[in-house]
Design a protein around this ligand. Structure first.
Ligand SMILES: Cc1ncc(COP(=O)(O)O)c(C=O)c1O
Length: 420
C-alpha cells in the first residue's frame, strides 16, 4: 500500500515538530532539560484540582459530562470575561470562544483565513506551533525584523506598504522563543498601522501573566479592538492538560471560527471547561499565580546568572522580565545543532533556535533556553556543561563588536549586563 500517495498536499506540507522530537531525547533519565516549554510539574496544584473536581460534580452533575455549546461552557465564558477585563479587554461572555488550547484557535484561524499564497507576516523568530498551525493552508511567510524590544514597527510598515498582508501574528509578551516584550510605544505604533491599513492581527498571549518584574502592558487588542483577535490560554497559569484556550474575536470572524470548530471537535471538553470555570470564578488564579511566579523567578535568575558566568565571549542573550525562555545568539559560525548533539551526550538539552524561523536557512547560531523545567541547581549545572560545549565548538569565531540583532536596550528587555 502506497500511503504516501494518499496524502493531501496540505498534509505533506506539515513538517514534524522538531521540538517534540527533541523532547523525546529529554525524557532520558538523568538529562537536565532547558529544552521544554511546559509548566513545572510541581507548579500544578493537584490537591486543588481534586477539590475543584468535587465542586464541578456537585454544581453541574451530569451536565459536566454532556455535550455542550461549540462557543464554550457558559460559566467559563462568564469567568473569562472578568479575567480579560482585568487586562483592559472590554468584552462579554458572548464575544468569547473557548478552544482546545490556544493552539486550537491558531489552527481555526489558519483554516478560516489563509488561502494558498496568502502573505502572513510574523516575527522572526516566532512560535513554532503557529508555523505548524498555518503551514497546511499554504501561507507565504513574510518575516518581520525584531530587536531587543521585539517587533520593529518600521519593518511592519515596510511589509504593509509592499504587499497585501492577510494577517499578522505576534506574541507581544515574553515571546516564545526570545522572551522579549514589545513596549507600549511600539504597541501604539502597531495599532495605528493596523487601523490605517485595515489589517488583522492575531495577538497570542500565553505568557502575559508570568511577569516577574515591571508593570503589565496593555494588550494591542485594547488599542485596536476591531483589528485584533486576542488569543489566550490557561495552559501556563492553570494546567496545560486541561486544554483550555480561548479567543476574543470581532464579528463575523468569531462566528466563522465557531463554524470551523463544529467540524473539528464540536466543542472543547465540558469537564475541563467546568473545572477551569471553577478555578477562575473561585479566585484561585491570583493565589496560584503567586506560587508559580515564586517558583519560576529564581529559576530565571539562576539561568541569567549562570549564562554570565559560563558562556564564552561573543554570546549575547535576552533578559526576559517574564515568561519561560531566554534566547541566546552565538557568534557567526556557531552551529547550534551540532552543539545540541554534544550537549545531549553530556546530559543537557536545549532547542537549537533555527527551528523558530519561518524561512529556512536562518538562526543557525541561536539557542532557546527554557528555565521553568529544572530547579536552580540543575540549571546551573546544565549551563556549566553548555558553556564547555560552546567553548569547545570549533567554528566559533569572536562576534563583531556590535552585532546587528542587538540594539538599544530598554526597560522591557535589556542586554544581560553579564554578557561578554
Ligand atoms: C506562543 C504560544 N502560543 C500558543 C501556545 C499553545 O498553548 P496551548 O495550546 O497549550 O494553549 C504556546 C505553547 O507553548 C505558545 O508558546
Amino acid at each position: 500500500m502506497n500511503y504516501q500517495a494518499l496524502l493531501a498536499p496540505r498534509t505533506a506540507a506539515m513538517g514534524s515538530n522538531a521540538i517534540r522530537e527533541i523532547l523525546k531525547v529529554v525524557a532520558r533519565p538523568g538529562m537536565i532539560s532547558l529544552a521544554g516549554g511546559v509548566p513545572a510539574p510541581e507548579s500544578l496544584p493537584v490537591a486543588l484540582f481534586a477539590e475543584l473536581t468535587h465542586a464541578v460534580v456537585a454544581r453541574h452533575g451530569a451536565g459536566a459530562f454532556q455535550y455542550d455549546l461549540t462557543e464554550g461552557f457558559g460559566p467559563l465564558r462568564e469567568a473569562l470575561a472578568g479575567y480579560l477585563g482585568g487586562k483592559g479587554i472590554r468584552t462579554t461572555a458572548a464575544a468569547i470562544l473557548t478552544a482546545s488550547g490556544s493552539q486550537g484557535v491558531l489552527d481555526a484561524l489558519g483554516k478560516a483565513l489563509i488561502a494558498p499564497g496568502d502573505a502572513v507576516a510574523l516575527e522572526a523568530p516566532t512560535y513554532l506551533g503557529a508555523l505548524q498551525a498555518f503551514a497546511p493552508y499554504g501561507p507565504r511567510y513574510v518575516e518581520l525584523a525584531t530587536d531587543e524590544d521585539g517587533l520593529r514597527p518600521e519593518s511592519l510598515a515596510v511589509a504593509l506598504d509592499r504587499e497585501k498582508i492577510k494577517l499578522i501574528y505576534l506574541v507581544p509578551n515574553f515571546q516564545n522563543p526570545t522572551g522579549r516584550t514589545i513596549p507600549l510605544a511600539r504597541r501604539r505604533a502597531i495599532a495605528g498601522m493596523l487601523q490605517a491599513s485595515g489589517t488583522l492581527l492575531v495577538e497570542d498571549d500565553p505568557y502575559g501573566d508570568l511577569r516577574y518584574e515591571g508593570a503589565p502592558l496593555p494588550p494591542i487588542q485594547t488599542l485596536a479592538p476591531e483589528h485584533v483577535v486576542y488569543v489566550g490560554t490557561l495552559s501556563k497559569v492553570c494546567a496545560p492538560g486541561l486544554r483550555v484556550g480561548f479567543c476574543v474575536a470581532p464579528e463575523p470572524l468569531r462566528s466563522w471560527l465557531v463554524r470551523i470548530k463544529q467540524g473539528v471537535d464540536l466543542h472543547t471538553g465540558t469537564f475541563s471547561q467546568a473545572l477551569a470555570a471553577e478555578y477562575l470564578a473561585g479566585g484561585h488564579l491570583p493565589r496560584q499565580l503567586q506560587r508559580i511566579l515564586a517558583l519560576y523567578r529564581p529559576r530565571r535568575d539562576a539561568l541569567l546568572e549562570a549564562l554570565g558566568r559560563h558562556l564564552p565571549a561573543g554570546f549575547h542573550w535576552s533578559t526576559p522580565l517574564g515568561g519561560m525562555f531566554v534566547w541566546v545568539e552565538g557568534p557567526p559560525g556557531l552551529d547550534a545543532e551540532k552543539a545540541y548533539r554534544r550537549a545531549v551526550e553530556r546530559g543537557t538539552a536545549f532547542v537549537p533556535g533555527k527551528y523558530f524561523f519561518p524561512l529556512p536557512g536562518r538562526g543557525a547560531a541561536t539557542l532557546r533556553l527554557n528555565f521553568t523545567g529544572a530547579d536552580p541547581a540543575g540549571i546551573r549545572r546544565a549551563v556549566g556543561i553548555l558553556g564547555e560545549v560552546l567553548e569547545g565548538e570549533g567554528n566559533v569565531r569572536p562576534a563583531p563588536a556590535q552585532p546587528t540583532t542587538v540594539r538599544r536596550a530598554s526597560a522591557e528587555s535589556a542586554r544581560c549586563p553579564g554578557a561578554r
